[in-house]
Design a protein around this ligand. Structure first.
Ligand code: FMN
Length: 190
């Protein structure tokens, strides 16, 4: 388990091919997201799966939203945007479902919980032998994309988890030294 955590790496979406997880495998992978730390048991997450021809429809949604957002976007770029969902056999959209003005749990904590769910799902995918990558970009924020996915304006798409079978083993990645990110606190900073 520790070795898996220490060596986890994302895979480029284009290097994720069929097969996607079966429905039984996917249920288990997504269920890992339900263990996300969650202040006040709000369950502020929703997972949306997109597979098969629905990926073409999502590509069309991305393309139309990009053109509307910036009508000067060149046609070649719009064509590339339309192809994006076709890179991998499965996409899981992770949504933070926001309760505004919650007495205990500010919005950032709800978004963090959805982020934790995303990581847990990604780790469960790794543990099940699948590759994945967490992507965002404008499609996480454009109102027309959110609306087409049935995501309320107040809610937040925290990411698109592209998932599939790695075409080749992930190359080992060099990680930063822990010392660059760690300090021990002993007394108030004056
Ligand atoms: C919220 C979030 C959004 C991200 N969006 C993108 C993205 O749009 N494009 C991208 O190339 N990487 C994105 N990443 C980074 C990749 O998921 C991945 O972490 C990165 O390629 C480094 O690979 P590693 O996870 O193996 O270290 C995002 C990560 C997070 C946490």
């Amino acid at each position: 388990m520790l070795e898996m955590l220490e060596t986890r790496t994302s895979m480029p979406a284009l290097q994720l091919s069929d097969p996607a997880p079966s429905s039984e495998e996917l249920e288990r992978i997504l269920s890992a997201g339900l263990t996300a730390p969650d202040h006040a048991a709000m369950r502020p997450w929703r997972f949306i799966t997109i597979q098969g021809d629905a990926r073409n429809k999502l590509g069309e949604v991305f393309a139309i939203a990009a053109k509307k957002d910036n009508p000067n976007t060149p046609d070649e770029k719009i064509a590339r945007i339309r192809q994006k969902p076709l890179r991998s056999p499965l996409i899981v959209v992770i949504v933070a479902t926001i309760t505004e003005n919650h007495p205990k749990t500010p919005e950032i904590e709800q978004i963090l919980s959805a982020g934790a769910a995303t990581t847990l799902i990604q780790l469960a995918a790794t543990a099940s032998g699948f590759g994945s990558i967490w992507l965002s970009g404008p499609n996480a924020y454009l109102p027309d994309v959110k609306a087409a996915l049935g995501v309320a304006e107040k809610d937040q798409i925290v990411g698109y988890l592209y998932m599939g079978t790695p075409m080749k083993p992930a190359a080992a990645k060099k990680r930063p030294p822990l010392s660059e990110h760690l300090s021990a606190w002993h007394e108030p900073v004056t």
